[in-house]
Design a binder for this molecule. Sequence first.
Ligand SMILES: *Cc1c(COP(=O)(O)O)cnc(C)c1O
Length: 420
Amino acid sequence: MTQQAGNVNAARERALEMDRADPLGPMREAFHLREGLIYLDGNSLGAMPKCAASAVEAALHREWGEDLIESWNKADWIGLPQRAGAKIAALVGAGSDDVVVTDSTSVNLFKVLAAALSLRPDRRVIVSERSNFPTDLYMVEGLMTLLGRDHSLKLVDRAEDIAPAMSEDVAVVMLTHVNYRDGRMLDMADLTERAHAVGALTIWDLAHSAGAVPVALSATNADFAVGCGYKFLNGGPGAPAFCYVAPHLQEDAVQPLSGWFGHRAPFDFTPSFKPATGIARFLTGTPPVLSMTALDKALSVWRDVDMAVVREKSLALSDLFVERVEALTAGGELTLLTPRDHASRGSQISFRHPSAYPVMQALISRGVVGDFRAPDILRFGLTPLYLRYVDVFDAAAILADILSSGIWREDQYNRRARVT
Ligand SMILES: *Cc1c(COP(=O)(O)O)cnc(C)c1O
């Protein structure tokens, strides 16, 4: 064996050693993962918890198939939004009655934005980042058009510009805690405090935070939050999203999608709308029971998981990945986009490469699944519940091999699919 091969073997052995010592190691068994797959896309679609699959089977055959309409009570379908919401609440530092699962993240943004704006009727400005996930900004645009008043969306280009943009005319500061492209994490406590200092309300999008990093909604005094069920929470494709409203705002916060599930007494069938007390007023219509069952069961995987332990492993995985990739590709065209500083990083690593799309396709063909974000980003989600240190070690080696061989130049890797 050459000296170099010996060093690689010793380094890989160290990664295996870290796996053996990993307190979260046994959690991997809870997930269905194809043999040989290195899945670094849990920030786009989390892997399937085995218990979620069996819960959906039971919901199909026993609850829907056998018990039919009775299941609304018998299987407590009616309580699913709150039941699943309480499990998410535990992961994002919220009171168990302050989160509901409902609708999509986009729709929930619309609801909390409208509610927040109506709590600040004399103010017209919404602050956000230009690099925010586009749907967040699109929902603001749509709502502003509908309101037909002179609201304006003030977009800043750098994280440092967020606080200075907060002036006395700002109604709402709407931010995504962990950025979807570069994985940068904002300081929720500090920015919430600054927003409150000028009398503005905050909306936090936790799409890349819930189940990824510790979040403390109550302790940071966040006003509203939304987030995804299908990313780090592993609720399945198109899983419903969640919505948080600080308890002291719930009685005054009114959202415009006043469907019967948000009514105080939906089964009274009265002709006019009276919002439910508490967070239930943020529900709209009948929940998608099969999807919500999958999410609710997927959330049970987190029961004994400490987010501080998840965070520690997430940082160690990402440090190992960056260190290996940089060591193996030094002098090449790959550059790290994610902040190196632990405090400003979520649970993903992004690199820039001028040919990121075909490089990612070539990686996927070798069993390392991440994703591509236009125009030049290779994105790797790190999910401590089911990723091993040896996975990121091997992924780095495969990425380096693809870059040094130039195999990504082949035609087959250069054809764009609809979903990247
Ligand atoms: C993934 C993501 C969304 C997705 O919204 P959907 O309505 O579920 O499609 C929204 N915001 C952010 C920041 C995201 O990362």
